[in-house]
Ligand binder design. Structure first.
Ligand code: ZN
Length: 311
């Protein structure tokens, strides 16, 4: 697949061309990744050492230098690292529900818990490492962007429902994709305002949202970037109670700046010492290699003294 400046795109066996189009059309210059993943069980996570073990060092350093730096994946100061700092240890989501399916109150509660587990599955790899200050991230769903407000069954008084919509260009080439694409207010979006240090969110910081969890009917594979994670509505609904949600975790990895590894030239010459969730199909869980790649990336991006100030 072609790579564009400022945008990482890659494919796996099931990616349809139309998915690539929507990624480009809807997320602009944002780092974005699209792919499908297959289910392969794999290794567990190590939280042990504070220095990178010798077996991980060559591959992790290679990926940093030859992929992340070259592709500029960490240049935008809106990585999940940045989002967590700006939110003082919190991450706020809006669920963008591009689907005709209703959502029960229980499903909505489970969706928030599922997101919290996935964010914290990544965050716990950083706990106690090289000055990372947040042992646990408070993850909230602060809004629901839907085609029809009646889809939010038994709506609670503290739930925000948004019904504005734009047209999804993907629907023009793939008639199975709903044309109506719900949106949350730009005024509340960190993605739209992170470059402006003086911006204040209407109602305060708690009211902003950092990312979308974006569920699209009939969507193939997944997409991820600093704007959030996109996959099919059915995939989200079928993984609400899973501990590690393969595609969701993988797409979050892109939000931290981690790349895909589809082509041989994308991968370290000596290979990986363990599987990695960022190589589609290689692992369905975060592995030791992912832990060290995430930690190494944090150690590098924190060197910018202007970047991680808010605490
Ligand atoms: Zn990917």
């Amino acid at each position: 697949m072609p790579k564009k400046k400022g945008m990482m795109m890659a494919s796996f066996s099931l990616v349809v061309a139309a998915s690539l189009l929507v990624g480009g059309a809807n997320v602009g210059a944002v780092a974005s990744n699209l792919e499908s993943t297959s289910e392969i069980e794999s290794t567990s996570v190590s939280l042990a050492a504070t220095d990178i073990p010798a077996k991980f060092k060559p591959s992790v350093e290679w990926v940093w230098k030859n992929r992340i730096v070259k592709e500029g994946s960490t240049n935008r100061k809106n990585l999940i690292f940045d989002q967590i700092y700006a939110g003082k240890g919190t991450l706020n989501y809006v669920v963008r529900w591009q689907s005709p399916k209703n959502l029960t109150l229980q499903q909505r509660k489970d969706m928030a818990s599922m997101l919290s587990r996935q964010v914290n599955n990544w965050n716990k790899q950083l706990k106690g490492y090289d000055g990372w200050p947040y042992d646990n991230i408070t993850v909230k769903i602060v809004g629901w962007a839907v085609a029809n407000p009646s889809q939010i069954l038994n709506k609670q008084s503290n739930e925000n429902v948004y019904t504005d919509a734009i047209t999804d260009d993907l629907s023009k080439t793939n008639p199975n994709i709903p044309a109506k694409l719900p949106v949350a207010p730009d005024a509340l979006s960190r993605f739209e305002h992170f470059t402006d240090p003086n911006y204040t969110y209407p109602g305060g910081l708690d009211k902003r949202f950092d990312m979308y969890l974006w569920g699209t009917a009939n969507f193939q594979g997944g997409a991820g970037g600093d704007w959030g994670q996109r996959m099919s509505d059915d995939y989200i609904l079928s993984t609400l109670n899973s501990d590690e949600v393969h595609i969701t975790e993988h797409e979050m990895g892109h939000g931290f700046g981690l790349p895909d590894f589809y082509e041989e030239s994308d991968r370290p010459p000596g290979g990986f010492p363990t599987p990695t969730i960022m190589w589609a199909g290689n692992s369905s869980k975060i592995t030791e290699w992912d832990t060290w790649m995430l930690r190494y990336t944090w150690s590098q991006v924190k060197k910018d003294p202007s970047r991680f100030l808010a605490r």
